[in-house]
Design a protein around this ligand. Structure first.
Ligand code: FES
Length: 98
């Protein structure tokens, strides 16, 4: 179990290590776009991971290729459907709202 903090609201949730950030956000009742249902093909779940980047899973090829196609991507960018939580707390900033 770890802690997931969501910006800009500042709400904090308990989340299971080993789950994707997208699934943890949806389970917590947060609204995050996920048009392709987690297949790394739509880019709608783009978030910034502002704290805890080293504790989540590394970016894989599919995610990296999709991020390359998006506008506004930076060093904190991840696809919430591909980033898997570890044991340390993570803070994310939601960029799209549904
Ligand atoms: S839900 Fe489509 S890329 Fe994450």
């Amino acid at each position: 179990m770890t802690t997931l903090t969501v910006l800009p609201s500042g709400k904090t949730y308990d989340a299971a290590a080993g789950t994707t950030i997208m699934k943890a956000l949806l389970a917590a009742g947060e609204n995050i776009a996920h048009k392709c249902d987690g297949n790394a093909s739509c880019g709608s779940c783009h978030i910034f991971v502002t704290e805890g980047r080293k504790t989540i899973s590394r970016i894989q090829k599919l995610e990296n290729e999709k991020l390359d196609t998006l506008v506004g991507v930076g060093s904190k960018s991840r696809l919430a459907c591909q980033a898997v939580l570890g044991e340390e707390p993570v803070t994310v900033e939601l960029l799209t709202f549904v």
